[in-house]
Design a binder for this molecule. Structure first.
Ligand code: C5P
Length: 232
């Protein structure tokens, strides 16, 4: 198969159908714009399975995503999209970069949930941008931004309600959006413990990539625990 793109954690392949791609999940873990790197055996399998469950949930709830189906341990079939170069972060509780950047106290609750935009550009280190930057840089239209925000908040609501039933707090997460040939905007990329922060509702333990970022260890064990809880 023709390789269309290889990123830090995934490879995208063209299929025979020009509108479909296969997304292959690798075991590479990176943080801090790839300054910290490691291989964590089995992570790709866990992220593919977890992402597939979340995308299925969203598709069933009427949120359009690129996901078609999981086809193997490490692969999902998805619609081919043109990625909008904005990383959309939704925050329910303050932690991570917002605490460092703005001095907002850890665990401050955001109600309504906070939406941030980052310019998806590795060379620039994915800088935070505001709505006006999106328009000036023509990353998306006003209409697109409205759609993206509505979709991001809906994803937050669906995932939050689902996860809390499994004793997981959805602290924050990052989404990417893509456009299909006909212009439809869909949730793309992955939704996994690599791109979300999950805290155990009972113990407060981190069940996400912060275990790697903060050298807490046992990453695969906690990703496995997330999978087992949401499979129930
Ligand atoms: O680092 P920060 O606090 O801004 O991250 C917010 C959320 O976005 C976290 O869930 C993190 O995992 C996710 N994120 C990501 N990819 C990035 C930056 C952040 O998935 N490049």
């Amino acid at each position: 198969m023709e390789k269309l793109y290889e990123g830090k954690a995934k490879i995208v392949y063209q299929t025979e159908n020009p509108n479909h791609v296969i997304i292959y999940f690798k075991d590479e873990a990176t943080a801090f714009n790839a300054q910290k790197k490691d291989i964590i055996e089995g992570k790709g399998i866990l992220n593919n399975k977890i992402s597939s469950i979340f995308f299925t949930l969203l598709n069933q709830a009427g949120v359009k995503t690129h996901f078609i189906k999981q086809i193997s341990d490490r692969e999902m079939l998805a619609y081919k999209t043109k990625i909008i170069p904005i990383e959309v972060v939704v925050r329910n509780l303050a932690t991570g970069s917002i605490v460092k950047r703005l001095g907002i106290p850890e665990k401050t609750e955001f109600n309504p949930s906070l939406i941030e935009f980052y310019y998806k550009n590795d060379a620039l280190g994915d800088p935070i941008i505001c709505y006006e930057h999106v328009l000036v840089m023509k990353l998306a239209t006003e209409e697109d931004v409205k759609t993206i925000k509505e979709m991001a908040l809906k994803v937050n609501q669906i995932l939050r309600d689902f996860l809390i039933k499994h004793d997981i707090i959805l602290v924050d997460f990052k989404l990417e959006f893509g456009k299909l040939d006909d212009g439809t905007i869909v949730v793309a990329d992955e939704i996994s413990p690599d791109t979300c922060r999950f805290w155990d509702a009972k113990t407060g333990e981190r069940m996400d990539k912060d275990r790697f970022r903060l050298n807490l260890g046992d990453l695969a064990k906690y990703y496995q625990e997330v999978l087992e809880r949401i499979e129930k």
